[in-house]
Design a protein around this ligand. Structure first.
Ligand code: BGC
Length: 869
């Protein structure tokens, strides 16, 4: 008889925080492994795991090894074998062992090391000459190419690609990869990413050619507002490429970027992330990236040595097209312009199919988030023209720009009088290709739409780095926005790899400019040209790693950021005055409190130094917890004491006897309650005053970036669930659902980006796609549906739904590091029914009104309690 294992084979085997199933070009020689045990008998626990590996270097024999490790480890377990060498490929399988024996082996995961040492790079930077400068001031980018010969059958080929600028490669006439805006935006002088592609199928014996498109991107293109900055990292574009081809005779042919390449002006005449792209299809040299093309007339390129120590492998997935949207409406306006509505605000670009075009026809695409008087409203884009121009070749053709993105729902296509059918225009949505891991739904369709909008704003702004907005001349890695939104983001999508990379940049910029800058990467711009420490924004240095640790259980994230956390908190402590409050210097405070005047968004109801001190106390406390976890006991004691001092200072300055606050504002109460700054009975007094304020405002929100994540949780934990629901369900301005009933498809920057009279807010900072105010979704997940981590990585989680008036059912599910957890509840016939799924390896504490709290192990659980409603 066959032995049937008691426990199912592990799934979702992965390394580090890379996407499940994608481990090509891994940047560490000892990648940590994690997996999920999808199913096990009740009460099963893992007592050991085994890993087996078949590993080989290119063109050498495979070598097999197996390791057994006792214990429950299943997340980020150390690589149990000798370190991988550069390019080494390992087929890894895992099985888990419990009392009743071992599971089957998991499906294999192929892990391949990237180029781990600077010496692995023989490439130089290929620097093409400068070509035309266009009347617009934009510089025409180059194409680069070279041919090469391969002798023998190809058994493996890899392309390692990076650039000063943006790059897209072709081999023998075909596009390599499906990523966009490679290598993304990092602190280039210190960390420049390279992508690894498996191009085995694209290289053949005999003559071959490689061609590369380059674009300005963040390297030398315009970034930022108030005119922006150009040439931030350099004036010249450059290609960094290393193609390694292994043939059946065991030889490795390496083709690198150097002075053997040729360059020519690109058919891309102009290209800018904000400006858009101008492309002349009549100038595409036919066959330019294939062998046999005559490049005698092309220009020579210079080779410049590269500091390969800055080249790093990605920690998360690249930017890709993840969805295509067809127009929901198309209208030919009297002036011959097509007005297109894609029904969804998003980051992306249009793909156009034009049939029977006359060569030289100029077609222009403009983009906007909203319409005003039936036409695109482009004022909120400020200086980002967001305009793509395509000069047609003769005949039928399809085009999409390469090195630009736009934030838009609407587009106007002008200059085209041929046919334009619905499938001739597609909005292609681009962002970091993060795995969706969190979902929420409830009985109220407007709340569901709000949640969907939050997801879309996350998608639109997780574009290689966490940005504020995808549309105007900004799109910067604003630290305060992600500090507010990180818990929501970590629930919705697997963003840890992307954010750990960004945190590495945060630490580098912090060191370079002497504080955590307003945005990362940092470019001095206008008012923001001097980096000052400011609360919430700078606290991202602490909050983001802490949130990632809570969601993933990866203590390494904290270890890597510890220097940055410490430096930030020490700097803040140095700014705290004798009264133990942080009450000096520039502060954005409760940015975008709806009562703030449009031109002065920091002029909030809550004292900006109250906000600063509250966040300082939280950061000191968290730094203490991090220090404890990492075994830095002196620091732990020092930060815990500092947190206490700040708490005392906060209380002396802003808490009145009994628990009322000096600033009688939603944010003041929400922060005092949520950040643990009150004591004993004060909490109840403060919570009921907050509830009164909400009632007085008839459920209208009165918080900005700082207070918004805290207000509904503070009401809920203070026992005022009804008022929290009142805030949630309000549809008058300002409120979350005001945006929804006004037709929003993403969350807005301002509560009233669209004014109640239907006009666009006249403020010069009016985006319809900012995620910060969507931070309420964290509360939807935790308290409306009732699913929240209680121990790092969801090893334990809390099922604490708090049903409230107006919502009769809700559900959330989340692919935790251990597998999918879910909660769903509904109220009917005076009964509250709750269903919970607990993944193997975890336990859940079920805490529902009217029911004694209980802790349950993995499996499905069903609870019914009387609920008079
Ligand atoms: C950005 C923000 C940012 C803020 C800080 C704005 O222009 O869009 O979201 O946090 O500036 O002042």
């Amino acid at each position: 008889m066959n032995h049937v294992p008691a426990v199912a084979a592990p799934q979702r085997l992965r390394v580090e925080h890379l996407p499940v199933g994608d481990a090509l070009g891994v940047g560490t020689p000892t990648p940590r492994l994690s997996w999920v045990v999808p199913d096990a008998p009740p009460g099963w626990t893992q007592t050991a795991y085994e890993v087996r590996v078949a590993r080989r270097l290119p063109a050498s024999e495979a070598h097999v090894a197996q390791a057994r490790v006792e214990g429950e480890g299943q997340l980020f377990v150390p690589w149990p074998f000798p370190a991988l060498r550069s390019r080494e490929r390992a087929e890894v399988q895992v099985r888990v062992v419990g009392d009743q024996g071992a599971s089957d082996w998991s499906e294999p995961l192929v892990v391949e090391a990237g180029l781990l040492h600077p010496d692995d790079w023989s490439a130089s930077i290929a620097r093409p000459p400068a070509f035309e400068t266009r009347p617009s001031g934009l510089r025409r980018p180059p194409l680069l190419r070279r041919t090469f010969e391969i002798e023998g059958a190809v058994i493996q080929a890899r392309l390692y690609l990076s650039a000063h600028g943006l790059a897209e490669a072709e081999l023998n006439g075909s596009r390599v990869g499906d990523d966009a805006l490679t290598p993304g935006w990092t602190v280039y002088p210190k960390r420049l990413r390279y992508a690894t592609y498996d191009v085995t199928a694209d290289v053949a014996p005999g003559p071959n050619a490689i061609g590369v498109w380059l674009g300005d991107g963040w390297w030398r293109g315009k970034v930022g507002f108030d005119g922006g900055a150009v040439d931030v990292y350099g004036t010249e574009l450059g290609l960094i490429a290393q193609l390694e081809v292994v043939t059946d005779d065991g030889r490795v042919t390496t083709i690198v970027s150097d002075d053997r390449w040729a360059a020519a002006p690109s058919p891309i005449l102009e290209s800018g992330l904000y400006e858009g792209e101008t492309f002349d299809a009549t100038l595409v040299p036919p066959g330019w990236s294939a062998a046999g093309f005559d490049d005698d007339a092309w220009s020579a390129v210079a080779a410049e040595p590269i500091d390969a120590s800055v080249l790093v492998a990605p920690e998360g997935p690249p930017v890709r097209c993840t969805e295509e949207l067809a127009p929901i409406a198309r209208e030919l306006l009297p002036d011959g312009t097509w007005l297109l509505d894609f029904g969804q605000n998003a980051s992306g670009r249009l793909r156009l199919t034009l049939r029977g075009a006359a060569a030289g026809t100029r077609v222009t695409v403009r983009h906007a988030e909203v319409l005003q008087d039936g036409r695109l409203c482009r004022r909120p884009l400020r200086e980002a023209a967001s305009e793509d121009t395509y000069v047609c070749a003769a005949g039928d053709q399809t085009w999409e720009p390469r090195f630009t993105l736009h934030g838009f729902r609407y587009a106007e296509v002008s200059g085209w009088d041929g046919p334009l059918e619905a499938d001739d225009v597609v909005a292609r949505v681009y962002h970091s290709d993060l795995e969706r891991i969190g979902w929420f739904t409830c009985s109220d369709p407007l709340v569901n739409k709000l949640h969907e909008n939050v997801v879309w704003s996350m998608r639109s702004n997780f574009v290689d780095l966490p940005t504020d907005c995808p549309q105007r001349d900004e799109r910067l890695g604003w630290t305060g926005d992600i500090a507010a939104f990180a818990p929501t983001a970590a629930f919705l999508a697997d963003c840890t790899g992307m954010l750990t990379g960004w945190l590495a940049d945060l630490a580098l910029e912090q060191e370079r400019v002497g504080t955590v800058p307003y945005y990362v990467p940092y470019v001095p711009l206008g008012f923001w040209a001097d980096a000052h420490p400011i609360a919430l924004w700078g606290d991202a240095a602490v909050i983001v790693p802490w949130v990632l640790y809570q969601h993933t259980g990866d203590v390494d994230v904290l270890a890597r950021q510890y220097g940055s956390i410490r430096t930030w908190v020490d700097q803040v402590l140095g700014l705290v005055g004798p009264d133990d409050v942080w009450d000096t210097g520039l502060q954005l405070g409760d940015w975008l409190d709806p009562a703030a005047p449009p031109e002065d968004p920091g002029q909030a109801r809550t004292d900006r130094y109250l906000v600063a001190t509250a966040y300082a106390a939280q950061s000191a406390r968290l730094a203490g917890e991090v220090a404890t976890l990492l075994g830095h006991h002196d620091d732990a004691a020092r930060y815990a004491a500092a947190a206490e001092r700040l708490r005392a200072g906060f209380r002396r300055r802003w808490v009145r006897e009994g628990g009322l606050m000096a600033d009688d504002a939603q944010t003041a109460y929400a922060l005092a309650l949520e950040l643990g700054l009150l004591e004993g009975d004060e909490r109840a007094v403060a919570a009921s005053r907050l509830a009164q304020l909400v009632d007085k405002a008839e459920g209208r929100i009165a918080t900005g970036f700082a207070g918004t994540p805290a207000v509904a949780p503070a009401l809920t934990s203070g026992g005022h669930v009804d008022e929290a629901y009142r805030l949630l369900l309000q549809t008058e301005c300002p409120s979350w659902l005001y945006q929804v009933v006004s037709g929003a498809t993403t969350t807005w920057e301002r509560w009233d980006s669209l004014l109640p009279d239907g006009t666009v807010n006249p403020g010069n900072m009016t985006s319809f796609n900012h995620y910060a105010l969507g931070a309420v979704a964290d509360w939807l997940h935790r308290s409306v549906a009732g699913l929240a981590p209680a121990a790092p990585g969801y090893r334990q989680f809390l099922v604490a739904p708090r049903p409230g008036p107006g919502i009769t059912s809700a559900a959330a599910s989340h692919v935790t590091p251990y597998g999918r957890a879910s909660v769903s509840w509904h109220v009917a016939d005076e009964t509250l029914t709750v269903d919970v799924t607990v993944p193997v390896g975890t336990s859940a504490t079920i805490d529902i009104p009217g029911h004694p709290a209980s802790t349950v192990g993995h499996g499905d659980h069903h609870v019914e309690v009387a609920y008079p409603g």
